[in-house]
Design a protein around this ligand. Structure first.
Ligand SMILES: Nc1ncnc2c1ncn2[C@@H]1O[C@H](COP(=O)(O)OP(=O)(O)OP(=O)(O)O)[C@@H](O)[C@H]1O
Ligand SMILES: [Mg+2]
Length: 345
């Protein structure tokens, strides 16, 4: 679990779009059916998954997590389904998979969209029949697991493009919970900021948190928060720890910790020609009226192009430089048709 306090599962937010999600979670939790949690990075998908589990009948059973994007295919397979001793070189003893460990509990499959079609098929089989075999094994294992899957991709789009199994999607889509990005719940920005600031002050053993100045609050509200609540938390924690005059309210907010006159110049920092006019930095207040969707798309394209050039068109490096997974980057490149048909996959 991310964050400084691993036991802190409290979800804060009172904005109508977020309150509606919490309502939805309360209704979906008791049903013994799969749930799909969709949202941009840092919107709280993992916290929502935990809440679904703890509000369900399975709350006193294991909540087991697996990030599908973190593992190569064969490892993902053995992590999910386990393996028998001797099933491959190095498999000296039997290894239980998460499906077995999570028996009677909940299995949270994070970034499921990155799993291969073959693994997706095996997952579907477990959901449909509650049975599977360990890798290299013949014995059929029965398991009773509730699946909660998370992704930040558009799964119907992925399915239409043949990258996600329609049948698995149908099955998982019994209930879909879509989390709003922070910019769509601006009412929550300041209460969340206060919350993270207070917690950080406590962590630093300071007895006082003197609040934010009006100008700091204004900056927080105007920022675009592409990294959502995680980004907000980091920005606030940094502001609190750098703040020295504890009787004064915090005025200084640094959104980008890399900002410095001495920052080494890289190609990624300069937008490519043509797109530069629209490459609006996150947080910059735009000239109104504007075409919001177009501006966002133009910005995404400009940044993708910059990262690709910087990485000399190596997609893995470009993905890394944008803090995206390889598959997420591929998704974006396809969305904007920035790749040809003959690229690696
Ligand atoms: N509503 C909220 N209230 C309090 N903290 C939150 C809330 N939403 C998210 N957070 C905090 O923001 C951080 C990111 O949350 P989480 O890991 O659940 O996001 P995520 O959607 O799974 O992100 P990613 O797609 O990057 O994995 C965590 O530190 C979490 O504690
Ligand atoms: Mg997550």
């Amino acid at each position: 679990m991310p964050g400084s306090d691993p036991n802190d599962l409290s979800l804060l937010g009172a904005a109508p779009s977020f309150a509606a999600v919490l309502d939805h979670v309360s209704r979906a939790a008791p049903l013994d059916r799969p749930v799909l949690v969709i949202g941009e990075r840092g919107t709280g998908k993992e916290l929502i998954a935990a809440r679904l589990h703890y509000l369900s009948k399975r709350w006193d059973r294991p909540l087991v997590k697996l990030n599908c994007a973190a593992l190569a295919e064969s490892l993902l397979e053995t992590e999910l389904f386990g393996h028998e001793a001797g099933s491959f070189t190095g498999a000296t003893r039997r290894h239980l998979g998460r499906f077995e460990i999570a028996n009677e509990g909940t299995l949270f499959l994070d970034e499921l969209a990155t799993a291969s079609l073959r693994i997706q098929e095996k997952i579907l089989r477990v959901i449909e029949y509650g049975e599977f075999e360990r890798v290299g094994g013949r014995e059929t294992i029965r398991t009773n697991v509730r699946i909660i899957a998370a992704t930040n991709l558009d799964l119907p789009g992925e399915a239409a493009a043949g990258r996600f199994r329609e049948d698995l999607l149908d099955r998982l889509a019994f209930d879909v919970i879509t989390l709003p990005p922070l910019r769509a719940r601006r009412d929550d920005i300041l209460p969340l900021a206060e919350h993270f600031a207070t917690k950080m002050s406590q962590e630093l053993k300071r007895d006082l948190f003197a609040g934010f100045t009006a100008s700091a609050r204004q900056k927080l509200l105007a920022h675009a928060w592409p990294g959502n609540v995680r980004e907000l938390r980091n920005v606030i924690e940094r502001a609190v720890y750098r703040h020295e005059d504890l009787d004064e309210a915090i005025d200084e907010i640094q959104f980008n910790p890399f900002e410095s006159p001495w920052r080494p110049q890289s190609k990624a920092a300069t937008a490519p020609s043509g797109a530069s006019a629209t490459a609006t930095a996150a947080g910059q207040v735009p000239t109104l009226p504007m075409d919001f969707r177009q501006a966002i798309e133009d910005t995404e394209v400009a940044w993708l192009q910059a990262a690709m050039q910087h990485a000399r068109f190596n997609q893995r490096k470009a993905a890394e430089s944008l803090s995206l997974t390889y598959h997420q980057l591929r998704g974006y490149l396809r969305k904007y048709r920035l790749v040809g048909g003959d690229d690696e996959d």
